[in-house]
Design a protein around this ligand. Structure first.
Ligand code: ACM
Length: 555
């Protein structure tokens, strides 16, 4: 028997083995103790809050050969890295029934996620569903594991459609269950500003609301006339960051400049190109696409965003701060005497270099404060700032160029891992946009393109699935687009077992393990796309997207 087949784990671990040809089982019961050695107390708290709640077992503190032991191990760190772990449920370590050793607390935490999967789908519920006195069987195995990439991310666009705080916290839990460790929050865009900035209250008083919303994508002529909006207070952000940290997930904030800024300009018209258009009449944008209303390249705009970022840095401990940089049309800068004077004064070759100047300013500004800038691959145009890292979204090319030049790269090409794109070519797919990317396509996505030199490949620090929400008006629409594909993505990001060549990946085996995983998603209450296609209430008949093969995502 294939030892991984034995356990139905997603993402697949490096190794999973049992003694003999089939596993024995041990059971957890009222007497099962939990012994958290130094540094693992937080993981113990999470185990009680998840597995404890689902099983109803107290998992009382204490040392007992029939119990669970958590500890940090230098040997595991050496062999599998700080996020690696070794989980044994066969009493083979120190004669304790269940031992999770991690390279750090994060490794112990990921090992605890594997333990949860081994207990079966009901371990994902929030309360026990009986019968009373039920025994919780655990296969007796040894799992040795560690991640392929240190950046295993999901970007949530909370700007196009606001996702209330509780839904963000729920997504943190869903990421954790899939061993993903970066939540990139796209906090600002033309259609909404979603983070309270105390010194600029109009950003949320004005910028967090729009009067109506395009219903569907650009092919649609429907409107939703209900005002839409919302934002996170600074306390909400602190809560999200702390909640994620308890689950060993880093939150990377994105403040998108100098394009995708109409909501900010609606709030503070002086941020726009006032010598080209009357920015005092600009509303928060109500439709989708690439917007011509970009920031003015003035000193006062720089000072304004330094003020924003001072508050952002105080809220987010992430070493990386994302400053967007994508899709910034240059038409207003071409028409603006102020922008042209700035180009002249700085001795720049043109508007592309003006964008690079903007980004370089903040690259230095962040570096002076011990942080690193990351941006979409447009920040390569006009010369990449020295310390910057790149989110490669328009395919692999930007990432390849950046990695070969020695910059860190997160691979998130739209052709593969944009989860807003439709996951089937059928007519029932709700608001279909972009490329058809099935579960199998995502499973066969390879973040490190062949031909990259070994040095450059080492600069691919990870990969990310991006969830743009123009056509996702609710949590259940987000669930539908994200799942089940996020399970395939998690295996790509985590598992060292996958062959690099996409064609050599065993999708049939993944699908077999998905049978168990769908039951976990059911217990978690995820509105995934069923393998047979959307359920009646998951369809959006008549709401148009842009189902053209090869179309860019935001058209
Ligand atoms: C992007 O999709 N505009 C980064």
């Amino acid at each position: 028997m294939d030892p991984v087949e034995l356990t139905d784990l997603i993402p697949a671990p490096r190794t999973a083995a049992c003694r003999g040809s089939s596993p024995g089982y041990l059971s957890l019961d009222e007497g099962t103790t939990l012994d958290a050695r130094p540094g693992t107390e937080g993981v113990a708290r999470r185990l009680r809050a998840t597995i404890g709640a689902a099983t109803g077992l107290p998992l009382a503190p204490g040392r007992d050969p029939r119990g669970i032991l958590l500890r940090i191990s230098a040997r595991v760190e050496r062999e599998y890295g700080p996020e690696g772990y070794r989980l044994s449920t066969d009493g083979s370590v120190e004669d304790v029934a269940v031992v999770i050793e991690g390279g750090s607390a994060a490794g112990v935490f990921w090992g605890a996620q594997t333990l949860r999967q081994l207990l079966g789908p009901d371990a994902y519920r929030k309360a026990p569903i009986g019968p009373a006195g039920r025994e919780w069987e655990l296969p007796m195995v040894t799992v040795e594991d560690g991640p392929r990439f240190s950046w295993r991310g999901v970007m949530l666009d909370v700007a196009r459609h606001f996702l209330p705080k509780d839904d963000v916290l729920r997504y943190v839990d869903l990421l954790a269950a899939h061993k993903l460790n970066v939540l990139h929050l796209h906090l600002t865009d033309d259609q909404g500003w979603r983070i309270e900035i105390e010194r600029y209250p109009r950003l949320t008083e004005i910028g967090a609301w729009r009067t109506r919303t395009k219903w569907g994508h650009r092919a649609s002529d429907l409107w939703n006339d209900t005002p839409h909006g919302g934002y996170y207070t600074q306390d909400d952000i602190r809560e999200i960051v702390a909640y994620a940290a308890e689950r060993h997930i880093r939150v990377v904030p994105e403040i998108d400049i100098p394009g995708h800024s109409q909501a900010a300009i609606a709030a503070y018209p002086e941020l726009g190109n006032t010598d080209v258009i009357d920015t005092t009449t600009l509303p928060v944008w109500d439709t989708w696409g690439i917007n011509p209303n970009v920031l003015a390249p003035t000193d006062s705009t720089l000072r304004f965003y330094e003020g924003v970022l001072e508050e952002v840095l105080a809220l987010f401990p992430s070493p990386f701060i994302h400053l967007g940089g994508d899709e910034c049309p240059k038409d207003q800068w071409k028409a603006s005497p102020v922008a042209q004077a700035r180009i002249e004064e700085l001795g720049l070759a043109g508007e592309e270099e003006l964008q690079a100047w903007f980004i370089r300013h903040f690259d230095r500004w962040l570096a002076d404060r011990g942080r690193r800038l990351i941006g979409w691959d447009e920040i390569l145009e006009g010369g990449l700032a020295p310390g910057a890292a790149v989110s490669s979204w328009r395919g692999y090319a930007g990432g390849i160029a950046a990695a070969e030049a020695g910059h860190d790269v997160v691979m998130c090409p739209e052709q593969h891992v944009y989860l807003d794109h439709r996951q089937d070519g059928g007519a029932d797919e709700p608001v279909p946009i972009g490329y058809v990317r099935t579960l199998e396509d995502v499973y066969r996505f390879e973040p490190v393109p062949p031909g990259l030199s070994p040095d450059a490949a080492a600069h691919v620090i990870g990969t990310q699935a991006n969830v743009w929400t123009e056509v996702m008006e609710s949590r259940s629409r987000v669930d539908y687009q994200v799942f089940p594909r996020l399970a395939a993505f998690a295996e790509v990001a985590w598992s060292t077992r996958l062959p690099a060549a996409p064609a050599e990946r065993d999708f049939a085996d993944f699908e077999r393990r998905m049978t168990a995983h769908y039951r976990r998603l059911d217990a978690l209450g995820v509105d995934y796309r069923p393998p047979g296609g959307p359920l009646p209430w998951q369809r959006r008949p008549g709401v148009l997207g842009r189902p053209i093969e090869g179309a860019p995502p935001n058209v």
